[in-house]
Design a protein around this ligand. Structure first.
Ligand code: PHE
Ligand code: ZN
Length: 852
């Protein structure tokens, strides 16, 4: 690095010195460049002489101040800004600048995804389009005209309502869009392309008709029905659940193949990674269908939580993201199974957020500083942020929570606010004091709670101790405040007591009397607080049978499995009590998708997180042994479950069919641990006859780990069928690079040369390189070659797309917990990457934190 990138601090926040009352943009799109004409009406808000606009990688052509062309002395440009001297109280600035979208591989600002012009402006991409006050607390009314070749770009879109069409200037045409709602620049969007579309209509609760359109590459129109249905359901749900109605005449969604994230909530013009729009049962798994439903809803919900009320500054990101994730999780729970949804959400939180919260990149949901804001679209801000909202929901209860949300919307509509403003609304309408609770916004790390119990003279006492972690910088943190749902269950299995405790002190105890025998504790029911429980003793087998809370029942099965695996890792034999309990689960007559979750063994990453010094190889071997044992002992029963639920002729996506596929594929995967030819043949048959991607993907994974020749045959067939469908090819690369077979690194390296693979397409990078870097067995290989490969890719991809590269850097974040041998190998690669000439600030920030 030439000079070390500078951090930005929350404490340095200052209000903007100017407001932009309106902005009028004209885009003239050409193949080699785009001309942007930007007319802004400014109002001075305090006593300054100079206007400093954000501007990055822009070629300035002309600047006019109140219609007078400015000479070179009246303004200055540097790498980050354009400054205009001596401006009046109110004035109009017109800027004409040139950009090169086809060269934009960062995918921020205006860029091309294939033949489609599209934009991504959050958080700071707008300044790569035209000079502006590119910060979320500057909100303005946008009018946008897009002009392009009519044949190549028949569809021209921007935010808001369609205002005017302009026909025929030499084969070129234009459309003007007007968005009446003042918005920050990060919500700006533009799309131009030759797209197919699917249209529908929604009538809002007050009777307004909204035109709904989904734009996709031609030929994909038939894959939009699930997305469209999800959108309409989300619109209805937000009316019913939050009383929030849509506020424009039109709602457009565009699917593009090259996109850094999942999707973006631009006002009236969402831009989506095509992976979250396109689906049919032949090409998308059941999990993909669920993902689409939740992301479509998420972006829609942002219209109120994000767009109408936005963030004052980027430190407030969780204001819109945590809240909107909580809203989309609640929506999915209402649309599907509440119990399964909660478990899936917690699983995701633990796999991603707990890992982050235990690493050197940990940060509060409201960070205090950043170098690159792109690095803070994290699981912590999103998923832990959602847990924080959920806790307030739990503390207030449904009714008061809704009143608090109404107050929030009514008070702050049209404004850019802080998380403090949100908490204020919760306190006002909830009638509670959330002062200590607010620590959740400012402290990092997953809180731990040590749980002890005592039983004397019929009195059961619960003794709780909060283990308080230091912040990353070593500074002391304080005890947290949270709701802790618990229950006591009598020895005969009857529920004796159910309660929500408030935990707030470092040490406290709660007593309950009137027990003849010591009851069994069920703690953190529904996962009411995102914490780690350290319980001295627990009767998991009992809770597996008698707990009435689906979450803690699931938790008991997981904990029992963890306990069993960990003693195996220390050399003990398999605990037959666990095997027996597992057999009990197999016989349960319960919802099959929930049952599929109960039967899943804890992930490798779950066990890694619990190791003081990480060594994954011994986890893999215990895991394999236990799975194999269960597969052998229960072979007959498992095969029976498989047969009962295998419906090769059905591709229905109703709850029952999805649940049947889930349980059937869960037991098939477990059976494959015994590596018999019989199971491989079942998997091959499933592959050959299946009409759903869900079944095909499991069959391929099972074959890959049981029978090399059969796997090769199936993968070849799969490739030939789907090589023209990049979304399916992502699955192909993902399956091949997550394999536990030997010599996977060599395979991954070779796959980079496949004609379908492209380092410039984020989905492909994620499915090949990203998946490999999460393949603990091969990434952490003792020869260091896994690290070396990923480090090489970071250096290469950093030059193309820094946001992608820093995502790969994050896979090194468990560095300080690895065993010495692996640590040394990791360090060598990290040092090499960080000393690369011209490394982006994105990658620098992550690696610098890991190495500190
Ligand atoms: N705001 C988007 C969302 O969560 C995420 C996103 C961030 C997309 C930055 C692109 C760039 O819905
Ligand atoms: Zn979001």
């Amino acid at each position: 690095m030439s000079k070390e990138p500078q951090a930005i601090y929350l404490k340095d926040y200052k209000k903007p010195s100017f407001a932009i009352r309106e902005v009028n943009l004209t885009f003239e799109l050409f193949e080699e460049y785009t001309i942007v004409t930007n007319v802004m009406k400014f109002l001075k808000l305090d006593n300054v002489q100079e206007l400093r606009l954000h501007a990055e990688e822009l070629e300035l052509l002309e600047v006019f101040l109140d219609d007078v062309a400015l000479d070179q002395e009246s303004y200055t440009i540097d790498e980050e800004s354009l400054s205009v001297k001596n401006v009046a109280e109110s004035f109009t600035l017109k800027i004409v600048n040139k950009i090169y979208p086809h060269k934009n591989t960062e995918l921020e600002g205006l860029y091309k995804s294939g033949d489609i012009f599209c934009t991504q402006c959050e958080p700071e991409g707008f300044r790569r389009i035209t000079p502006y006050l590119d910060r979320p607390d500057v909100m303005s009314v946008f009018t946008t005209t897009v002009i392009a070749d009519k044949e190549k770009y028949p569809i021209l879109l921007s935010n808001g309502n369609k205002h005017q069409c302009h026909e025929n200037f030499d084969g070129r045409h234009g459309v003007t869009w007007h968005d009446p709602h003042p918005k920050p620049s990060y919500l700006f969007a533009l799309v131009a392309g030759d797209l197919g579309s699917v249209s529908d209509e929604f009538t809002t609760m007050s009777g307004n008709k909204v035109a709904l359109n989904i734009y996709v590459d031609k030929g994909n129109e038939s894959k939009c029905s699930h997305a469209m249905r999800s959108l309409k359901e989300a619109m209805r749900w937000d009316e019913e659940t939050y009383g929030r109605e849509y506020d424009l005449d039109i709602y457009n969604i565009v699917a593009v193949d090259s996109f850094n994230m999942g999707a973006m909530e631009n006002k009236g013009l969402n831009i989506f990674n095509s992976a979250y729009v396109l689906a049919n049962t032949d090409t998308a798994t059941d999990a993909n269908f669920m993902g689409i439903e939740s992301v479509i809803a998420h972006e829609y919900f942002h219209n109120w939580t994000g767009n109408r009320i936005t963030c004052r500054d980027w430190f407030q990101l969780t204001l819109k993201e945590g809240l909107t994730v909580f809203r989309d999780q609640s929506f999915s729970a209402d649309m599907n199974s509440r119990e399964v949804q909660r478990i899936e959400d917690v699983k995701g939180l633990r796999e991603r957020q707990f890992v982050e919260d235990a690493s050197p990149t940990r940060h509060p949901i409201q960070p205090k500083s950043y170098i690159s804001m792109n690095n803070f679209y994290t699981s912590t801000v999103y998923e832990k942020g959602a847990e924080v909202i959920r806790m307030m929901h739990t503390l207030l209860g449904e009714e008061k929570y809704r009143a608090a949300m109404d107050l929030y919307f009514n008070t702050f509509d049209g404004e850019a606010v802080t998380t403090g403003d949100f908490v204020w609304a919760m306190e006002q309408a909830g009638g509670i004091d959330l002062k200590q609770f607010q620590l959740w916004y400012h402290q990092s790390g997953t809180p731990r709670l040590i749980v002890d119990e005592k039983f004397e003279n019929g009195v059961y006492t619960l003794m709780l101790t909060q283990k308080i972690l230091d912040d990353v910088d070593g500074s002391k943190q304080a005890p947290m405040y949270y709701p802790l749902k618990m229950a006591l269950i009598n020895q005969d299995g009857a529920l004796a007591l159910e309660k929500m405790l408030i935990v707030s002190k470092e040490k406290e105890s709660f007593s309950f009397d009137g027990f003849a025998f010591k009851p069994v504790l069920s703690i953190n029911r529904d996962f009411s607080a995102p914490i780690i429980i350290e319980q001295q003793e627990s009767d998991y087998a009992f809770l597996m049978k008698y707990d009435t809370n689906s979450f803690t029942q699931y938790e008991a099965t997981q904990n029992f499995a963890i306990e069993t695996l960990e003693s195996m890792m220390q050399g003990s034999k398999i605990d037959e009590a666990f095997v027996e309990a597992y057999g009990y689960l197999l016989d349960l007559d319960i919802d099959l998708s929930y049952k599929a979750l109960l039967l899943e063994l804890p992930s490798i990453s779950t066990l890694m997180q619990r190791q003081e010094v990480i060594d994954c190889q011994i986890i893999y071997s215990a895991h394999e042994d236990l799975a194999k044992h269960l597969a052998d002992v229960f072979q007959e029963k498992l095969l029976q479950i498989y047969k009962e639920n295998h419906n090769p002729d059905s591709d229905a996506i109703d709850a029952k069919s999805i649940a049947q596929r889930a349980i059937k594929n869960r037991v098939l995967k477990l059976l494959s641990a015994s590596e018999t030819k019989e199971i491989a043949l079942i998997a091959k048959e499933q592959y050959d006859n299946s009409i759903t991607m869900t079944d095909r993907v499991t069959a391929l994974d099972v074959l890959e780990h049981t029978d090399e020749p059969l796997a090769e045959e199936a993968f070849k067939d799969f490739y030939n069928k789907y090589k023209d469908n990049t979304l399916v090819m992502n699955k192909y690369f993902g399956l091949l690079s997550s394999s536990l077979r030997d010599d996977i690194l060599h395979r991954v390296k070779t796959l980079q040369n496949d004609e379908v693979y492209d380092d410039k397409v984020p989905n492909l990078v994620r499915s090949l390189v990203g998946t490999f870097a999460r393949n603990h067995k091969h990434f952490h290989a003792k020869d260091g070659e896994g690290y070396k490969f990923v480090a090489d890719k970071i250096v290469e991809i950093d030059k193309i797309n820094p946001q992608m590269a820093s995502g790969l850097c994050s896979t090194f974040k468990i560095y300080d917990k690895m065993n010495k041998e692996n640590q040394k190998l990791m360090k060598r690669e990290l040092m090499r990457v960080i000393s690369t000439q011209g490394l982006s600030k994105n990658s620098f920030e992550i690696i610098d934190k890991i190495l500190k």
